[in-house]
Design a protein around this ligand. Structure first.
Ligand code: GLV
Length: 321
C-alpha cells in the first residue's frame, strides 16, 4: 500500500530516547510526515493505549511499559542494539532498523581511507613531518595487505566489494555461511574466525552488537592476528575491551588502530586514546543514515502496521540483528 492509499487516520508514534532530543533531531521529517504519522510525547495527554509505534535511540529502561499496544519500534540508525537492549521491550514488538545504501557507501569510504592510511604508512609520515624528518620508508601494493572484515551484512558487503576492487585481498567473517561477491573470501563459525584472523593484517569490525559479539575485540582475538596488525573499529564501543587494545599496541601485536566508536561516548578528555600516537580517532562519525531515510522507515513502518504486515526492515529478534 502506498502512503497516499494509507488510511486517513495518522499513526501515533512516540519518541523514546534518554540521550537525544528526537523532536529536535527529526524536525523536518516530523513536518514531512504530518498527517500520516503523528509524533506524541510521554506527557502530552495522548492516551498511551493509542500509541502503536515508536522511534527510539537508547530508550529509558521502562520506556515500553507506558505503551501497552505498541507493536513496532524504529531505530534512527542501522544499528538497533540500544532498543533491543531495553529491559521493557516486550516480545512481539518489531524492532526496525534503517537500511540505506548511501550509508554503506559512506562507511566504505571511511574504511578505505583508514585501510590505505595503514597500507601507505601515513601514521609514520605524519610523525616524521612533525619531526621534520625526510625519510622514504617504502610502499606496498594493496595486494600485499590482506584485510579481514567481521560482519557481512549490507554494509560489510559493500565495504568488502570496494576493498576487493582496489586490490586488497579480502576475507569476511559472518556467524553463518553466506555467498560472497567476487574477490571476497567467506569464513564462518569459530574455526572460520581463527583462519580469517590469521590471514588479516587489517581487521575491520562491522558486527552488530549482540550478546555473542560483546567484547569480541579482546586480547585473545588480537593475538590471532599477524603481529603488527591494524584495527579499524566502526561497530560499537561495547565490542572492544579497551585495555586489551592498549596492551596490544604497547606490545607491538597491533601497530595501530582507527577508532570511531567507544564504550562511553563522548570520549572523556582523560581517556588515553586521545593522545595515543598509534590511534586515529573520530567521534562516532564514520557514516550516518540520512534523516530522509529515517523518515521513510517511519512511514513504511506506519503503513505496515496499518496493513497488518511485518515492517520491512524488522530485525530478527532471536539473532539480535
Ligand atoms: C550508527 O551508529 C548507526 O547505527 O547507524
Amino acid at each position: 500500500m502506498s502512503s497516499t492509499e494509507m488510511s486517513s487516520k495518522p499513526m501515533n508514534c512516540v519518541m523514546l530516547s534518554r540521550t537525544i532530543n528526537l523532536r529536535k533531531y527529526l524536525k523536518d521529517q516530523i513536518a514531512r510526515l504530518d498527517g500520516r504519522v503523528t509524533f506524541v510525547d510521554h506527557l502530552d495527554g495522548t492516551n498511551p493505549a493509542t500509541v502503536r509505534m515508536a522511534v527510539g535511540w537508547h530508550p529509558h529502561a521502562d520506556a515500553f511499559d507506558h505503551y501497552p499496544n505498541l507493536t513496532a519500534a524504529c531505530s534512527i540508525g542501522a544499528g538497533a542494539d540500544s532498543i533491543l537492549a531495553c529491559p521493557s521491550l516486550r516480545d512481539g514488538i518489531d524492532v526496525v532498523r534503517v537500511v540505506e545504501p548511501a550509508q554503506a557507501e559512506m562507511m566504505s569510504g571511511f574504511v578505505i581511507w583508514h585501510a590505505i592510511y595503514h597500507q601507505r604508512r601515513m601514521g609514520i609520515y605524519l610523525q616524521n613531518q612533525r619531526d621534520k624528518i625526510w625519510k622514504r620508508i617504502g610502499q606496498r601494493t594493496t595486494q600485499e595487505v590482506p584485510v579481514g572484515i567481521l560482519g557481512y551484512g549490507a554494509i560489510g558487503a559493500r565495504v568488502a566489494a570496494d576493498l576487493a576492487a582496489l586490490g586488497f585481498p579480502v576475507k569476511v567473517w559472518s556467524r553463518s555461511a553466506k555467498p560472497t561477491s567476487q574477490g571476497v573470501n567467506g569464513f564462518h563459525g569459530a574455526d572460520g574466525l581463527d583462519a580469517m584472523l590469521a590471514g588479516s593484517e587489517i581487521l575491520v569490525n562491522l558486527l552488530p552488537l549482540t550478546v555473542e559479539t560483546r567484547n569480541i575485540l579482546n586480547a585473545a582475538l588480537f593475538a590471532k592476528m599477524p603481529r603488527g596488525g591494524y584495527l579499524i573499529q566502526v561497530g560499537r564501543g561495547e565490542h572492544m575491551v579497551e585495555q586489551d587494545l592498549l596492551d596490544a599496541l604497547a606490545s607491538g601485536q597491533l601497530a595501530g588502530a582507527s577508532l570511531d566508536v567507544f564504550l562511553a561516548e563522548p570520549l572523556s578528555p582523560e581517556h588515553p586514546f586521545w593522545s595515543h600516537p598509534n590511534i586515529v580517532l573520530t567521534p562516532h562519525d564514520a557514516c550516518d543514515v540520512t534523516l530522509a531515510a529515517v523518515g521513510r522507515t517511519l512511514l513504511e513502518t506506519a503503513e505496515a502496521l496499518q496493513a497488518g504486515v511485518k515492517p520491512k526492515d524488522a530485525v530478527d529478534r532471536s539473532r539480535g540483528y
